[in-house]
Design a protein around this ligand. Structure first.
Ligand SMILES: C[S@@+](CC[C@H](N)C(=O)[O-])C[C@H]1O[C@@H](n2cnc3c(N)ncnc32)[C@H](O)[C@@H]1O
Length: 234
């Protein structure tokens, strides 16, 4: 799945397989998935070429079961939406949704989002969603977090000027981590990401048209509070 890349394969933490797929899902993975799957064979990917006719392209990193992605695709038919998810059962769920809702504007990478991000043509994305990424709360696991200097570099390159990075989390330490990493990135590379919040309400209130995510519902049930960050690519 890592194409012909000579970049050493990064380690994907977390599970990539769960229960055996239901026969209907397994069938769609054989028939429909190859038609919507993103190939990593090219060294540079111009995302618009993966879709028919779209105005712009968005990316969701770690879409889980794909509930948010399918909602965005259905409500924004003129936007091409790419999703990356290494967990096969989540991919199978989204593929079922594509089938049920007849979504023509979704493309999927069943792998680590970094393999796609590093190949994206500069300024080719209008929006990126990183929603409830794995928190890796133990200090010694912090470095597994998706937000780091390397991924911020990929995001800075792939997002167009005026594009938006959305990062939601229920883990205060990961929120602080993300704000600190972005601010260090700005200091070292020049102002790149502008946190758009002006008041507390802006990070406490969900994004407009927000359908929620499965992980968010669990976090709220367990008494944690979501935080919704948004950054403009300068
Ligand atoms: C805590 S879950 C949240 C899922 C979903 N966004 C939600 O809010 O319900 C984090 C997801 O990120 C995925 N993930 C972890 N590392 C990833 C990576 N490097 N690239 C893409 N997805 C990744 C995991 O497989 C998992 O499904």
């Amino acid at each position: 799945m890592n194409g012909e890349s000579d970049i050493p394969r990064r380690h994907v933490y977390g599970r990539t397989k769960g229960k055996t797929l239901k026969p209907r899902q397994a069938n769609l993975m054989e028939t429909l998935f190859p038609r919507v799957s993103i190939s990593l064979d090219e060294a540079v990917i111009e995302p618009k070429t993966l879709f028919g006719d779209v105005d712009e392209v968005w990316l969701e990193v770690g879409f889980g079961g794909g509930e948010h992605l399918a909602h965005q695709a259905e409500t924004h038919p003129r936007v091409g939406i790419m999703g990356c998810e290494p967990f096969l059962n989540g991919v199978a769920k989204l593929v079922s949704e594509i089938h049920e809702r007849d979504l023509a504007n979704v493309r999927i990478l069943n792998d680590d989002a970094r393999f796609l991000l590093e190949r994206l043509a500069p300024s080719s994305l209008a929006r990126v969603f990183i929603l409830y990424p794995d928190p890796w709360p133990k200090k010694r696991h912090n470095k597994r977090r998706f937000i780091n200097e390397e991924t911020l570099g990929f995001l800075a390159s792939a997002l167009r000027k005026g594009g938006e990075l959305r990062f939601a989390s229920d883990i205060p330490d990961y929120i602080a981590w993300t704000l600190a990493h972005l601010s260090r990135f700005n200091r070292e590379k020049g102002e790149t990401f502008r946190w758009t919040a002006e008041r507390a309400e802006d990070w406490r209130r969900p994004y407009e048209g927000w359908p929620g995510t499965r992980y968010e519902a669990k976090a709220i049930r367990e008494g944690r509070t979501p935080c919704y960050l948004a950054f403009e690519r300068l």
